[in-house]
Design a protein around this ligand. Structure first.
Ligand code: CA
Length: 230
């Protein structure tokens, strides 16, 4: 894992201890807050590289923290840790600016993988070329290559893929995708996204039935994974 400063906002002492140990053992600097108010103050005051954010917290809940952090203009990744499995709660958090979520109880390995993916994304965001598998996406030329040969995409497919790549490791709701890729200029439905994802998958996924890159998150949306684990 990229050595990072991680803020953990969690009110359950045993879980907080476990999370702290996990990231300290990964070489991270770990800051902790046990209620929402302290969490928000630390998020704004200590400039962490990533925030691990519980939703149900005393004084201020995770949604309010998420919203306030984004309103302050800060863009560090936020991973929601939630005990609730309800899709509406997850969608609300994602639409308020969280990047991804993990549901308690979770495996330590999965948590580390999700955090690593979000940190990698921040680290390499400026690059004009992005590689995944044997693909190379050239963001300035608006072209996708596979083993040096161009894979022809429609303008919409390219924008969707570029958006996915820019948000790799993030859970994306259909609303977020619609607003960012389609904008509000045309009337589209979530079905338009699904159709565009289907044609894009047909062009880039080695196995249509078990996608390696564009993963469906049931009832929520999609998550692009570059497969570059650590
Ligand atoms: Ca809690």
């Amino acid at each position: 894992m990229i050595p990072s400063r991680i803020l953990i906002v969690e009110d359950e002492p045993a879980l907080l201890r476990g999370l702290k140990d996990t990231f300290v053992s990964q070489g991270c600097e770990v800051l902790v807050a046990q209620n929402g108010e302290q969490g928000l103050n630390m998020a704004l005051g200590t400039n962490p590289d990533l925030i691990l954010l519980d939703i149900m917290l005393p004084l201020l809940n995770g949604y309010e923290i998420c919203r306030a952090v984004r309103e302050s203009g800060r863009e560090m990744p936020i991973l929601m840790v939630t005990a609730k499995g309800q899709e509406e709660d997850i969608i609300l958090g994602l639409n308020l600016g969280a990047d991804d979520y993990i549901i308690k109880p979770f495996r330590r390995g999965e948590l580390i993988a999700r955090v690593s993916a979000l940190l990698r994304r921040t680290r390499s965001k400026q690059s004009a070329t992005f590689r995944f598998g044997d693909y190379e996406l050239n963001l300035s030329a608006h072209k996708l290559f596979r083993g040096g040969k161009e894979v022809v995409l429609t303008a919409k497919e390219f924008r969707l893929l570029a958006y996915f790549v820019d948000h790799r490791g993030c859970a994306l709701t259909r609303d977020e995708i619609l607003n960012s890729v389609w904008g509000n200029s045309v009337i589209v439905t979530p079905r338009s996204i699904d159709r565009c994802v289907a044609t894009l998958r047909a062009k880039i996924e080695p196995h249509a039935h078990s996608p390696a890159y564009i993963h469906t998150i049931r009832d929520i949306g999609y998550r692009f994974e570059d497969g570059g684990g650590e």
